[in-house]
Design a protein around this ligand. Structure first.
Ligand code: SF4
Ligand code: SF4
Length: 442
């Protein structure tokens, strides 16, 4: 039998895509209020250029940056700036946000207009447009896309991979995007290839999405330079290093970046956003979000404005079921449990998962039985049991020497552990303790 490409380690949580996979993308009604955190990306914060009382229009920049590793945020509705203050953020802290009350007009600052000659734009101009449009990785990492598209001269990229894996259980936003907007994704891919001067690209998709694989193959039938690569259904197949290994066979070194092995990975949603920015001048003001799980009445895939409160999306999906117990930003493996649904959709919000009492129930931790299953599944070849034990016994330096910072917090080890050890909790704690100690020692 044909063996699908994959990587070493990993696990097989039930994919739970059934809740929302067949739900076509629906557009949310215009929200009354949006809360736009200034920091939604990895990198330097941008400076706020509006104040309370200002009238703003859709697509208008709210922040400005002169730093390279940074992106601005834009108004996602027209209205009035009601506040610039700290508000709860899906990452679990309160962060400075710009709150806009809608004027009901949904008026653009500059309406996007199709430029039929967009592929004639210079590559520097394209990169500039992508940065100014505020595009940051929409698979969740939120790294500024224009930075990824500017590799240094000594790290040439020869392999481009679009990530359509969506290996997190429950989430289906990328799947629906591939089914409903394949041409936008492919147009974005073409722009990225032009910027990097590449003649060949791959789109990696897990084999549990046969309709998406078939559709993109059909669309690329005439494009011999784009290969659709079906991948084994295994978590975390969509993690950058694991995807690169599966598609290209190359291994990103410890502490290294994909460009160290000549690779670049972009999410399919990011490609579609790049197309809209370069071809139409549209900034990143909305995204597809799966609202799913047994705790929500009508699971859906929603096109939502950035800044829309989770509460509005959950209400749009019929509200909670009677046994709803836990709301997560993202999926069950790498997502973050929320203490309030006043938090807004941000650029990296691919899903809002609502678990019920049964699926949210945790188990008490038992002592480690040294079965080494966590070691077998760790896709980064780490020893999660030993790293966690060092941290538990306050030996963070020993954990650091064992590769603490190579851990990508994928939770595969915690998922597989028969003793229900929350290994990722210890690892996150260890990283925080290490960083704190480094700050103190200067
Ligand atoms: S140690 Fe880190 S990288 Fe390895 S399985 Fe656990 S969470 Fe994933
Ligand atoms: S899987 Fe759990 S019980 Fe087994 S070695 Fe790892 S931490 Fe210990």
């Amino acid at each position: 039998m044909f063996r699908k490409k994959s990587f070493r380690g990993g696990a097989h949580p039930h994919d739970e895509k059934r809740w929302s996979a067949d739900m076509a993308i629906q557009e949310m009604p215009l929200p009354g209020t949006v809360i736009i955190p200034v920091q939604q990306h990895i990198g330097a914060p941008a400076d706020i250029i509006v104040e309370k009382g200002d009238a703003v229009k859709k697509g208008q920049p709210l922040t400005k940056t002169s730093k390279f590793v940074s992106v601005p945020v834009h108004a996602s509705i027209s209205g009035t700036v009601a506040a610039v203050e700290k508000r709860p953020h899906p990452f679990g802290t309160d962060l400075t946000s710009i709150v806009i009350e809608s004027d009901g007009n949904d008026a653009w600052a500059a309406e996007p207009v199709m430029n039929p000659d967009y592929l004639s734009l210079g590559t520097d101009k394209m990169v500039q447009i992508i940065g100014e449009a505020g595009i940051a990785g929409m698979g969740g990492a939120a790294f500024p896309s224009h930075v990824k598209l500017s590799p240094p001269a000594d790290k040439p990229v020869d392999t481009l991979i679009l990530n359509g894996v969506e290996c997190e259980p429950y989430l289906t936003s990328d799947y629906r995007l591939m089914l409903e907007r394949p041409d936008d994704i492919l147009a974005g891919l073409q722009i990225i290839m032009k910027i990097l001067g590449l003649t060949k690209a791959f789109i990696g998709i897990e084999a549990n999405k046969p309709r998406a694989i078939a559709l993109l193959r059909e669309k690329c039938a005439e494009k011999k330079n784009i290969a659709i690569v079906p991948l084994a259904v295994k978590y975390p197949q969509g993690a950058e290093k694991q995807l690169i290994k599966a598609v290209s066979g190359r291994s990103v070194p410890s502490g290294g970046l994909p460009m160290d092995v000549g690779c670049l990975v972009h999410n399919v949603g990011t490609a579609a956003a790049i197309y809209e920015a370069v071809a139409m001048g549209k900034p990143l003001i909305e995204r597809i979000v799966s609202v799913t799980g047994p705790g929500v009445r009508k699971p859906r895939n929603i096109k939502a404005r950035i800044g829309t409160p989770f509460a509005d999306l959950i209400e749009f999906c019929g509200g909670y079921t009677q046994k709803a117990a836990k709301v997560i930003n993202g999926g069950p493996m790498m997502g973050i449990a929320q203490t309030t649904i006043a938090v807004p959709v941000i650029k990296g919000t691919s899903g809002i998962l609502v678990l019920d009492e049964r699926t949210a129930a945790g188990s008490d931790e038992l002592p480690c039985i040294s079965c080494a299953r966590c070691v077998d599944v760790c896709p980064m070849n780490l020893l999660p049991n030993h790293i966690a034990a060092f941290i538990e016994h306050n030996r963070v330096e020993d954990a650091q020497k064992m590769g603490l910072f190579d851990c990508m917090e994928c939770s595969t080890c915690s998922f597989i552990c028969p003793a229900k050890r929350n290994l990722v909790h210890y690892i996150k704690l260890g990283k925080a303790l290490w960083n704190e100690a480094q700050k103190k020692t200067g």
